[in-house]
Design a protein around this ligand. Sequence first.
Ligand code: NAD
Length: 476
Amino acid sequence: MSNYPKLHMIIDGEKVSGGGRNTFDVVNPATGETIGALPMAEAADLDRALEVAEKGFRIWRKSTPQERASVLQGAARLMMERKEDLARVATMEQGKPLAEARIEVMMNVGLFNFYAGEVSRLYGRELVRPEGTRSTIRLEPVGPVAAFAPWNFPIGNPGRKLGAPVAAGCSVIMKSAEETPASALGVLQCLLDAGLPKEVAQAVFGVPDDVSRHLLGSPIIRKLSFTGSTVVGKHLARLATENMQRTTMELGGHGPVLVFDDVDVERVLNTAVPGKYRNAGQVCVSPTRFIVQENVFEKFRDGFVERAKALKVGDGLAEDTQMGPMANPRRPEAIDAMIANAKEKGATLHTGGERIGNQGFFYAPSVLSEIPLDADIMNEEPFGPVALINPFRSEDDMIAEANRLPYGLAAYAWTEDYKRQQRLGAELEAGMVGINSHMIGGADAPFGGVKWSGHGSEDGPEGVRACMVTKAVHEG
Ligand code: NAD
């Protein structure tokens, strides 16, 4: 297909492709057509990237805050200038509506500008000690980072994976998802064009398990940053123990949404329905389990179904599309199986539950209700356009259901009762809680989970600090 860029890796600033390397077919999920051939790294490519990353760390750890700020601000400016191109490419390879892809660009612009300010606030402290002696606590960049970014936010995930190490004075080797490589390369190119030394940030692709074993098997790598499923996260965390690499793990979720009977149901639906079907539900903080107080249950469910049916599903490149295809053929298969299992267990399917058309990976916005708690979909992250709506009687029951699963990424609650809002803020086991809002992020706010949803944060001051270590220096 025309106007999809030629694909390559970026190692030591060089665009690496060809040379008899294996390739991976990149597919447009709206059409099912192959749009690009991505070169896959061989062991020698990864060794070269590691050697360069070591050099890059020696260069960048000595950079001044002003140099780092200038690169981050420059990259933010370039992303603004290239916004339409970046967004179009992301939609071509991932499927989401253009409007959502544009928001991802703006998220990166905000994050890079925030980090540009944050770099001058990365200081330690001096302890009170007898005269003639001195004890200082220094913050230092951790070292070369291996960063793995998934396909669901093809622009935003690479922005997080690159932005924090660059701000902290680290080097980074990024392996973003093979399904969405051009978006990641577009973000990295903005940093390089803004003056980032070529040794500091590189992009490789390959067989994920081969690449992660190779990079984490090297003592050069001092930190692992991963976003993806809990299963893969646990596997990578185990690999990282061998070289005692520090980790930031941004894993799966199963977002509970508590809807109490004191709310304006229409107002909640105005937020909850677009929130559920954003990116066809392929969002780690997606609102998933709707835990609805029984007095408003029927009104909420019926309103949800009506709005889900009215959504315009289509190619993300069309400006009026509200929901695009799923990102790859694995997702509709997984959702079909989960919905079939829920129906077998006794759940009611109100709408959806089927693919749309015979090209690409489209799936109809779906709503299930009265789903038994032992259905797979009530326990595993669906990562798809399915709302799960169940009735509950009391606040205690609702909180117990919200905290039932081992996941703890995002949780949401809707209630007008001020005291209850406070209780929920304290009681919900999640890294991020939205009360009467589904806006739970921002460049200045930590983003991350607890329990099986991972540990550490991205974004905010915490995101940069996660790429730094503390050192105590005592002078006698
Ligand atoms: P997956 O679990 O195999 O892959 C998820 C991501 O991890 C992909 O980007 C993949 O390239 C990467 N990955 C897989 N194995 C890896 C390895 N050994 N080393 C390094 N990276 C590796 O499966 P998938 O089909 O792509 O996605 C399925 C599930 O992943 C979803 O159901 C969802 O639960 C989860 N997921 C979560 C996020 C998130 O934002 N937290 C994003 C994408 C996928």
